[in-house]
Design a protein around this ligand. Sequence first.
Ligand code: SAH
Ligand code: AVI
Length: 329
Amino acid sequence: MHDHSDNAVKVSAKRESASQSMLESVRLGLSLAQKELDPKYFYDARGSELFEEITRLAEYYPTRAERALLVSVMPDLIDELRPASLVELGAGSSSKTRVILDAMRATGEGRQYVPVDVSSDFLRESASRLRHEYPEMRIDPAVGDFSDTLDLPPLQHPALFAFLGSTIGNFREAAAVQILARIASRMRGNDAFILGVDLRKDPAVIEAAYNDRAGVTAEFNLNVLRVLNRELLSDFDLSAFTHRAFYDGDRHRIEMHLDSMSDQDVTIPGIGLVGVKKGESIRTELSYKYDRGTVDALFEKAGLCLERWLTGDDGVFGLALGSRRWGPR
Ligand code: SAH
Ligand code: AVI
């Protein structure tokens, strides 16, 4: 009984501190000249479902391209690395991860899978499906924000750390390096790391992926306001904002915005009134696109060595295999 109520107190304290940090993050983001929101707030259960829908859109090529690459390289790579565990950051539905889990099953040495995600309910549901599909593996979901800490259960080694889907691209360089360095700090002995990145290509192809005709990306974008209204009791009027996404070829990144259609005052308890002018926007996401050189530089700064760079013949998506750099540079 004690354990149960202690746990309830811990859970409620954790929620309290999460909403306090959301309030701080929103306060800071909306005080900038270019208003900004942290993209992690897209992902409540509905946001995670909308992202899943995005991955099935004709225009959204990254998921299909990464899956094809995983299918072509993972069986041999896993046979070579023979990991006992897989730790995945931002796992979502773990849909593509099954390619890796199947290869781990084939070696007979895969014993543990640790999906890490902020989207708590979605993660737990996905974990319970995985337990049925991979009864021989220990499925240890870890709810958490990898840009803050990486609270992991005890791991079986060698471990393979995976960060797929080009989610690294949603972070500016300094924040991306911090996340990669945090992963590197968890690596022991001959643990390995695999990073999935969307590659630079025809801007029209990239822009289409973030401006689908069915409007799913627009719904996903607006979901951040729905999350804020629920969590912070704010009163954003979703019908007064429209989705806009464009590729910045100089910075090699997509920017996603919510454009305000009118002059409005939004009330956010704990912050107060926030004025948003007609034509002003809130930037909700960046999505950087890479090449081998930029990934190499990120790895270098994070204390990782780029061991292998894998792309399909089409050059659409890249997988970078890394090891921890133990010695001095
Ligand atoms: N890896 C999956 C999902 C990518 S979507 C794929 O490749 O399809 C990005 C995922 O990262 C979402 O599931 C989201 O909830 C999670 N995420 C985003 N920011 C996060 C953060 N700061 N900490 C932990 N998870 C995060
Ligand atoms: C999760 N992340 C890598 C996606 C991306 O492409 O940047 C999120 C997304 N935003 C709009 N569509 C998909």
